[in-house]
Design a protein around this ligand. Structure first.
Ligand SMILES: C[C@H](NC(=O)[C@@H](N)CCCCN)C(=O)O
Length: 463
């Protein structure tokens, strides 16, 4: 019943003798190619209890992600109250979010290695605990330094938590539906982000009392996230205990040289991840609302709502695209399609008078499709025992890209004097994001046309 473990004492359990459900899917060591179809295995029989366990794990991971993403986005809604009541500057508020990414430029690789070393369940639990401590420190600190320390702690836990949750789903759904399960869990995470944005409407009394009650609600969400992680860890222990009879091998020690063996497709995917997430997260999370107000004449409420529809679309579309991907059994073409939509949307926004609804819809599809395919694809491009490391490396570059894109875009806007009086000042920022999105699309196309094609040829030859 136990999925192929990814870490701890049982990391290299891909060679098993018994025909156990959830265990036997063939995996690539470091194949530089994009699989056409998910491996067809006799695992995950519709009525088998192991399938029920896998979906229970998915539900617990999703619930845990909901709380985690809620906390991630909890600073924006209290930014105004922090300024009014505690006298925080814009820079200080910006730092409360930037401090999440900055340590991860280095630390997340360590996090990925730890996931491979200690296993997804243990690392989900430990990092959810770190996130809870971080959220509590943020909500209870009397001064800025304490709040910043809380956000730092949260960031250190949250990114490794993200890797551990992906690793958990890659393990339990190795026989099929990996994209659907990841899409479903991510969509619940997006719902957490959306709920955080909507929390002033849902908890008006809390916001009426000032900055602290909303952050205490966020800490409660982190506690719920920890609860989900605890249940998942407990379930995983039980599954492991039931599988005592399976031959287990020692975890492979981490070797830096292994990173070079990931294969070309992995590196194309990493480049896409950096460029695409830099545009999506730096533009959408930091500058989009301001840009909609100043360059497209929307008021604050309309600009915020327009931006939040991207999240809302992702809640429904991410699992749907994951399901489609599993069903059709193709990854790279979907990834390329989703990546190409982003530069089209950026061009429509920057160069034409087309309604913002059109570009928002395109970004919504891209924001749903690319993550729905990217992480399941990553789980198929590397050995299971190196999945955490592989994602860790992607997120090192991604965090550096997001932080860098934020800084460059802010600098371009300041240099051009962008603002309500000078909407044209946003042109250089839009050119920068446009070029980055084109770069992402190019890597997605290369991934499809080279590695993806080769995989098809190999499959045809094998047939
Ligand atoms: C799964 C993926 N997560 C990431 O890329 C993280 N490094 C950053 C997440 C920031 C919001 N919690 C995703 O959310 O698409």
């Amino acid at each position: 019943m136990r999925p192929p473990p990814m870490g701890g004492r049982v990391a290299e359990c891909r060679v098993v003798t018994a025909p156990l459900p959830l265990v036997t899917a063939p995996r690539r060591e470091s194949a530089p190619s994009v699989p056409d179809r998910p491996p067809k295995t006799p695992t995950m029989n519709d009525k088998s209890p192991s399938r029920a366990v896998a979906w229970l794990v998915c539900a617990l991971v999703a619930a845990s992600l909901y709380g985690n993403y809620y906390v991630y986005d909890s600073i924006g809604p209290v930014a105004d109250a922090l300024q009014r009541q505690r006298g925080f500057s814009d820079q200080q508020i910006g730092l409360l979010n930037a401090i999440y990414s900055l340590p991860n430029v280095v630390l997340i690789l360590v996090g990925g290695v730890l996931v491979d070393r200690f296993g997804a369940a243990r690392m989900t639990l430990w990092t959810a605990a770190v996130c809870l401590l971080g959220a509590l420190l943020t909500a209870l600190s009397p001064g800025f330094a304490g709040m910043a320390a809380g956000r730092l702690l949260f960031g250190i836990g949250a990114e490794t938590f993200g890797i551990a949750t992906l690793a958990a789903l890659a393990q339990y759904f190795v026989g099929g539906k990996v994209a659907f399960s990841m899409g479903l869990a991510l969509s619940i995470g997006r719902l957490g982000s959306f709920s955080s944005d909507m929390s002033p409407t849902w908890f008006p009394q809390a916001y009426a009392q000032g900055w602290q009650p909303p952050l205490l609600i966020a800490a409660a969400m982190a506690a719920a996230s920890f609860g989900g992680a605890l249940l998942y860890w407990w379930l995983d222990r039980r599954v492991a205990a039931a599988d005592k009879g399976i031959a287990q091998q020692q975890a492979q020690p981490f070797v830096w040289r292994d990173l070079l063996h990931f294969g070309k497709a992995y590196w194309f995917l990493l480049a896409l991840c950096v460029l695409w997430y830099s545009v999506i997260l730096a533009f959408r999370s930091t500058f989009a609302i301001k840009y909609f107000q100043h360059a497209h004449g929307l008021d604050l409420a309309a600009a915020g709502a327009m931006n939040s529809y991207v999240f809302l679309a992702a809640v429904f579309a991410t699992p749907a695209f994951g399901w489609l991907c599993d069903r059709v059994g193709r990854y790279a073409p979907f990834l390329a399609f989703g990546a190409v939509l982003l530069p089209i949307a950026m061009a429509l926004m920057a160069l034409t008078a087309t309604s913002l609804w059109v570009s928002t819809a395109l970004i919504g599809v891209s924001f749903s499709l690319v993550p729905a395919v990217m992480w399941p694809l990553a789980s198929r491009l590397v050995s299971p025992s190196r999945f955490g490391t592989a994602i860790g490396l992607m997120w090192v570059a991604q965090n550096a890209g997001i932080a860098g894109a934020n800084l460059v875009a802010g600098w371009l806007n300041d240099r051009a004097g962008a603002g309500a009086q000078n909407p044209a000042g946003y042109e250089s920022m839009m050119l920068f994001f446009g070029l980055a999105s084109v770069g992402g699309a190019v890597f997605a196309l290369i991934l499809w046309l080279t590695a993806g094609r080769r995989a098809q040829e190999r499959a045809a030859l094998a047939a």
